[in-house]
Ligand binder design. Structure first.
Ligand code: 0GY
Length: 327
């Protein structure tokens, strides 16, 4: 694998513009909230080399059809639109996580990773019958992990023996497993997670119930789980986790205050194994669609020193996704 980044392709002018019609040949799920087409310029300047370690591409459906077994049909969100957002926010690199609406067809994600000129990595969804040659092809394209999703509203349950078999297959490639689960399910899943032979990366802080105290039993269990293993945590998705916080809209300077103590806790307890990401284009939000510029301004509320911010935004994701590369 090459270790020097290739030149980044020029941003596509105007590509944050979102078509208002249907998603190509697909009809969006009822009530679908489209991503925010006119994000503000962040007040907080991200450090050079910032990695958005959790984002997705959706289609476009006309080019990369959504999977027949999907649980939702989104608004298209193309690689050009993702790269335009990256440049607008001052992000340098992306980790593009396969979204469940594409099932195990990684084409849209791979197309985006390949087009990034080395500035994106991918997290794939794979089936247990994937061949070694196919895994190698994913690695060459820039994939560095697989995602195991345990949310019943997003996927049909997969047998843990199949997932364990996948984890054994990817371990020699130096990949990790991204796990997405509801906090209430951790007790049941913890033994399985601990048996996996790869590092683990937890989506959205394990989805805590933020109406519970940050030092309550549920989040304490999660913190202990992280502490015991080779586990990374994404301090992401305040817009998804919030119960009472004001939304990141209309220039709100302090959105999602109810999530801040949880974000601060993981950033301060695990400064060398936390990651940040936008979660753009924010699938399945119900109450509102955040202004991504304001989501950047949320970062210094959970990472309160420049040292913590540099670890969260640059050092940690670079170590995990671009080891040995300078920013
Ligand atoms: C997220 C969260 C969600 C969806 C997906 O792959 C997906 O469909 O990840 C969700 O609905 O909670 O991380 O983007």
């Amino acid at each position: 694998m090459s270790t020097s980044p290739e030149p980044r392709p020029a941003p596509v002018p105007g590509s944050l513009t979102r078509p208002s019609g249907p998603s190509g040949p697909f009809t969006k799920s009822p009530g679908w909230l489209d991503w925010y087409a006119d994000p503000s310029a962040p007040a907080f300047t991200l450090p050079q080399g910032t990695v958005d370690a959790h984002c997705h591409v959706f289609g476009p459906g006309a080019e990369f059809p959504y999977a027949p077994q999907r649980k939702y049909t989104p608004c298209d969100a193309s690689k050009d639109q993702l790269f335009a957002l990256r440049d607008h926010l001052g992000v340098s690199r992306n980790v593009i996580v396969q979204a469940t609406c594409h099932g195990a067809d990684n084409s849209a994600m791979l197309d985006a990773v390949r087009a990034s000129g080395g500035m994106a990595r991918g997290i794939a969804t794979v089936r247990p019958d994937i061949t070694d040659a196919e895994l190698e092809e994913l690695h060459v394209a820039g994939v560095r992990g697989v995602r195991f999703n345990f949310l019943k509203r997003l996927v049909d349950a997969a047998p843990t023996e199949d997932l364990a078999a996948i984890a054994r297959r990817i371990a020699p490639l130096g990949w990790h497993v991204v796990i997405y689960f509801e906090s209430a399910d951790l007790e049941e899943l913890e033994g399985f997670f601990s048996s996996l032979p790869t590092p683990l990366v937890v989506d959205h802080m394990g989805r805590p119930d933020v109406t519970q105290p940050v030092d309550g039993p549920e989040f304490t269990r999660f913190l202990r789980f992280v502490d015991r293993g080779d586990v990374w945590v994404k301090a992401t998705c305040p817009e998804r986790l919030t119960a009472t916080g004001r939304p990141a809209l209309g220039g709100e300077p302090e959105p999602y205050s109810d999530v801040v103590p949880f974000g601060r806790k993981v950033v301060e307890e695990f400064p060398d194994s936390v990651l940040w990401g936008t979660d753009w284009p924010h699938p399945n939000l119900k109450s509102h669609m955040p202004d991504d510029g304001l989501l950047v301004d949320y970062v210094p509320r959970v990472a309160v020193t420049s040292e913590l911010r540099h670890k969260l935004l640059v050092d940690n994701p670079m170590r995990l996704y671009w080891p040995g590369e300078g920013v």
